[in-house]
Write a protein that binds this ligand. Sequence first.
Ligand SMILES: [Cu+2]
Length: 112
Amino acid sequence: MTFSCSARALRAAMMAGLVATALSSGAAFAQDATVKIKSFMFMPMAVTIHAGETVTWTNMDEEPHTVTSNTGLFRSGGIDGGGTYSFKFAKPGVYKYSCSIHPQMIGTITVQ
Ligand SMILES: [Cu+2]
């Protein structure tokens, strides 16, 4: 009787530990996002992710573009056609960015 009780308690403790490990690592629940750069636009223009997730931009135009944070937090440099750039957003906030070559190209990443 006491054995089954303690075994159950032990299993519960192990389960709780596994859940806590998965939550703290963040990797298990990451929903990384992708943004296409096409026809001189970021698509979608607005993306919402969770802290710790990564956004990857892919340039589908022939022209080079950049992904440049308004605050300087991230700066891709020139991304040639077919190239990609990724940035991991560690903290919640609203991050506006543009293409430094074509300033009319703008986008926003909201990190919850
Ligand atoms: Cu551009």
